[in-house]
Design a protein. Structure first.
Length: 297
């Protein structure tokens, strides 16, 4: 994977979208006007209708090629984001399955519940925000290994059926984690960005075909800014786990709340405090099934 050379530093992934668009558009507009202002007088091309028509046709061809390339890249980047979202959903499901299995085991699964919650908190707070830059997080990796060891230790004292299900959930959890880490640095291939760079340079070079008049400079600046906005859009979508429109950690946070509540309820039940179902408040709305059966004559 290579960073697009036409793009500013990767620090732009951490700034608001409007700042990214502004940087791309202002930079391209300035370069387009500068090329026309500096290079056109050196070439001394004729300023007649035939030459102007040729220049406009050349610019239109380059803009069309660049626009089609950016559209294709945007589709590819959107596909990468969809795949990244699928990976996140699969891992959240695996974590949820592990949490349900820990509750199913009973008192022996209390340590597993604690391990799952600690592991999930570490993903949210430490690994997920930085994995696109630095890969797997050391503390999260340690908690994942500790959870695996606790799972194997717990399975040793269970029945064959429960042990088999627990080990299956452990395998699914490990595979989902590794798949997420494999996709953490996903980005468009460097060849795409090389093509975009070349076409963008050609577009800027066409500015030398026009006479450096004020209205021509303005036209070239607006045209370059519009194309640069498309480049900025592709740039923002390039890495599915970085930037303002990256895949969110919200599914992990929702699962953490769900598992924490489930662990609390399970612990309360084990202490015998939920031996009877909770009473329905007097003012609560009632369903038809809640009404007592009619008296038989």
């Amino acid at each position: 994977m290579s960073t697009p050379l036409i793009a500013p530093p990767l620090l732009l992934y951490d700034v608001p979208e409007l700042a990214v668009y502004a940087a791309f558009m202002l930079g391209a507009a300035s370069l387009a006007a500068l090329v026309c202002r500096v290079a056109a007088p050196l070439l001394k091309l004729p300023d007649d209708k035939t030459h102007l028509d040729m220049a406009m046709r050349t610019t239109a061809a380059v803009v069309s090629a660049l626009t089609l390339t950016l559209a294709f890249c945007a589709i590819q980047a959107r596909g990468q984001q969809a795949e990244a979202q699928r990976v996140v959903v699969a891992e959240v499901a695996a974590i949820g399955g592990m949490g349900r299995q820990a509750v199913r085991i009973g008192a022996e699964g209390a340590s597993l519940q604690a391990g799952v919650l600690a592991y999930l908190r570490s993903i949210i707070a430490a690994e997920f925000p930085t994995m696109a830059i630095s890969g797997r997080h050391a503390e999260t990796q340690r908690l994942a290994e500790a959870l695996e060891h606790a799972g194997y230790a717990t399975a040793a004292g269970l029945s064959d059926v429960l042990a088999h299900d627990l080990l299956q959930d452990l395998d699914a959890l490990g595979e989902a984690r590794e798949e997420r880490l494999r996709h953490a640095e996903d980005a468009l291939p460097g060849a795409f960005w090389t093509l975009i760079r070349l076409l963008m340079l050609l577009l800027l070079a066409t500015g030398a075909l026009y006479a450096p008049k004020p209205h021509v400079l303005l036209m070239l600046a607006i045209q370059a800014a519009g194309v640069a906005a498309l480049v900025a859009f592709v740039f923002l979508m390039d890495r599915p786990f970085r930037g303002q429109i990256a895949v969110s950690a919200a599914p992990y946070e929702s699962k953490l709340l769900n598992l924490a509540h489930r662990a609390e309820v399970a612990a309360t039940a084990r202490r015998g405090l939920l031996a009877e179902p909770p009473r329905v408040p007097a003012g609560a709305p009632r369903l038809a099934a809640d009404d007592p059966a009619p008296m038989r004559p």
